[in-house]
Design a protein around this ligand. Structure first.
Ligand code: PGA
Length: 249
């Protein structure tokens, strides 16, 4: 049985006091036995404070990006060693906003994935097509290639720590989510890709989330799909109640 994983991708939102206010609000509402694994991805600037504040809770800490080198002359970058230092258990890699605005390639994503795994951090690897690619019928080919390239050189032992997030770009922040059936179909295809590389056992154990305009009132559509193992949530994760409703939905 795969445990659901629901992650709050705060993107470039929340100052330290705002981030801590979220933790204060959610803490008393958390149950010992949350069905889903709950992950908070604050901006780099709030990682330390949030990490300290959630220490005694079931919430896990994640960064939104990483650079693949351990240290050196890379102004502005943050290394996997530094994220380990902060207590990050997960890190998002290859979000479409990074691929789009910051021109991250599949090769960059692969380097980041491998660097994280080398340091014991679990990558949440984002893949997904644009509206034009979808309309041109390129979704399956593109998503398969993104998955294969992200995992290039990742061995059997490491791949079970990887989480994949299928996020159709046209659904991110637009209020226009994919249908549950459609997301389930593409996620099934991702699982097939994993099967071809790693075999049945691993393909059935890797968790694959859906992301893109997930909200409390549409989460049920995704959680009832057999292939979907939780959600990567942007806008609707900024409020504690809405994040919790999604996590439990
Ligand atoms: P959204 O973002 O929930 O605001 O659509 C999801 C994401 O980009 O991870």
């Amino acid at each position: 049985m795969r445990r659901k994983i629901v992650a709050a991708n705060w993107k470039m939102n929340k100052t330290i006091p705002e981030a801590l206010a979220f933790v204060d609000e959610i803490r008393p509402k958390l149950r010992q036995d949350e069905e889903a694994e709950l992950v908070i991805c604050p901006p780099f600037t709030a990682l330390y404070s949030v990490g300290m504040a959630i220490k005694d809770t079931c919430l896990k800490l994640a960064a939104q990006d990483v650079f693949w080198e351990e240290s050196g002359a890379y102004t502005g970058e943050v290394s996997p060693v530094m994220l380990t230092d902060l207590g990050c258990e997960y890190t998002i890699v290859g979000h479409s906003e990074r691929r789009g605005y910051f021109k991250e390639s599949d090769m960059d994503v692969n380097r980041k994935v491998r660097a994280l795994l080398d340091h014991g951090i679990k990558p949440i690897v984002c893949v997904g097509e644009t509206l034009e690619q979808r309309e041109a019928g390129e979704t399956d080919e593109l998503v398969t290639r993104q998955v294969e390239m992200a995992l290039d050189g990742v061995g059997m032992n490491d791949v079970s720590s990887v989480v994949i997030a299928y996020e159709p770009i046209w659904a991110i922040g637009t209020g226009k989510s994919a249908s549950g059936e459609d997301a389930n179909r593409v996620i099934g295809l991702i699982r097939k890709t994993l099967k071809a590389i790693y075999g049945d056992g691993i393909a059935n154990s890797v968790r694959i989330q859906y992301g893109g305009s997930v909200k409390p009132d549409n989460i049920a559509e995704f959680s009832r799909q057999p292939e979907i193992d939780g959600a990567l949530v942007g806008g609707a994760s900024l409020k504690a109640d809405s994040f919790l409703a999604i996590a439990r939905g």
